[in-house]
Design a binder for this molecule. Structure first.
Ligand code: GLY
Length: 403
């Protein structure tokens, strides 16, 4: 009897820890739980169908509500980036071809200085492409894009202006927390070129944001408006999350910050960024407004917050926590929290059935609650950071370097 029990347990463990052949993964021989293999399988099925629409239209997926958008949209880099991760996962040249095609659609964006989002667009697409292929043309495009981003930097404020001044909103020099993510493009271009201005600008922006955008409890508003001449803070404001600007703790914004400072520690080795990222992680993981399953509502504190979750904030948080777990004394806790988030997102409540959900991967992502935009649906960046964090999770389980 005891022998049979042991045999059954062994068979069970084998099915749990082997990625099935259907995934066709170059990680095939590496141990990973079955739910990870299934999640990647779903991601591939959905992306394959989505890619057919991208190829037909030369446009990129954003959400169910907004459909396919032009390369100028802030979200255009996420689908190409997702395709690069699938190429990394499978090692299959078909995914490489798809990723290269989708990435190529964004080439003109290297000159688009309209807002700070050039970092999202060009790093997720060309940055991943360069990492996986070493394509020298991609290097030039990344450098040119980074230079375009620096055209929005002001030596008076010590910041990159995220959006244009706006009379109706009384904004002189608006900076949003999302801008932390776009510093990755500058740091990549700095490493490629040795151009120290890129490093300087990224660090100035990160330092000032750390000092001026965070409240003592480690929450931050979405927007801070600065005096364009003196660089002094004029006011805290919102465009996403709750409109109670004294307390608003927009979920995705908190995750952008966590990811941004973790990344800046990786790129600079500056311990101040590590401490800051750890404090954000502690604040979020201990927040009474964070549900037990660790998938945040669209705002941690705002009125009505408990009406809708944001899977994009969760996926981003998981990815950031996985990286932070490799630098921090609290690494085990951060890894466990990220694992829990990924397990929740990989269950049917959040993970789409192949062939449904307009070929997006994650359900229950929230674009902008108070503006009634892209509610409780799909977002290409939720999918991108979900697949990125699954890749990070597989690598860490197998003691591989993340980068
Ligand atoms: N970067 C825009 C957003 O997170 O909604």
């Amino acid at each position: 009897m005891k022998k049979y029990t042991i045999l059954i347990c062994l068979l069970f463990l084998l099915t749990c820890f082997h990625i099935p052949a259907e995934a066709g993964s170059k990680y095939d021989n590496l141990p990973a739980p079955q739910w990870v293999a299934h999640a990647m399988f779903v991601a591939m099925k959905q992306a394959e169908r989505m890619y057919a629409d991208v190829e037909d239209s030369a446009r990129l997926p954003r959400s169910i509500q907004k459909g396919l958008v032009s390369p100028a949209d802030w979200t255009s880099g996420f689908f190409p980036g997702l395709l690069w991760y699938l190429y990394e996962y499978t090692g299959d040249g078909v995914w490489q071809e798809r990723a290269a095609y989708a990435t190529g659609l964004l080439k003109q964006e290297r000159f688009n200085a309209f807002d700070h989002d050039i970092g999202f667009k060009m790093y997720c697409s060309y940055g991943n492409g360069l990492r996986l292929t070493g394509n020298r043309q991609y290097e030039q495009i990344i450098f040119r894009s980074a230079k375009t981003l620096t055209s929005r930097y002001s030596y008076k404020t010590g910041l990159i202006m995220s959006w244009e001044p706006n009379e109706a909103r009384d904004w002189q020099f608006p900076v949003i927390i999302d801008n932390m993510m776009n510093l990755e493009l500058l740091m990549e271009a700095y490493k490629l070129s040795g151009d120290t201005t890129l490093n300087y600008i990224a660090r100035q922006h990160a330092d000032k944001t750390m000092k001026c955008q965070y409240r003592p409890d480690m929450s931050c508003p979405h927007v801070v408006d600065y005096d364009a001449e003196t660089g002094a803070v004029r006011k805290f404001d919102w465009n996403n999350g709750s409109d109670d600007v004294t307390n608003s703790t927009w979920a995705r914004g908190q995750s952008w910050g966590l990811y941004g400072y973790t990344m800046m520690y990786r790129e600079t080795g500056d311990e101040d960024y590590l401490r800051h990222a750890e404090k954000i992680a502690e604040f979020l993981l201990n927040h009474p407004g964070l549900p037990q399953d660790l998938i945040p509502y669209w705002d941690y504190t705002g009125a009505d917050r408990s009406t809708m979750r944001d899977a994009s904030a969760a996926a981003l948080m998981a990815s950031a926590l996985l990286e932070l777990s490799t630098y921090s004394g609290q690494g085990k806790r951060y890894f466990a929290a990220a694992e829990k988030i990924l397990q929740t997102l990989s269950a049917p409540e959040y993970l789409a059935e192949p062939g449904t959900h307009h070929n997006f991967i994650l359900k229950h992502a929230t674009g902008n609650y108070l503006r009634h935009s892209e509610l409780d649906g799909a977002l290409s960046y939720a999918d991108y950071y979900y697949v990125e964090s699954l890749m990070r999770y597989i690598k860490l389980l197998n003691h591989q370097e993340l980068f």
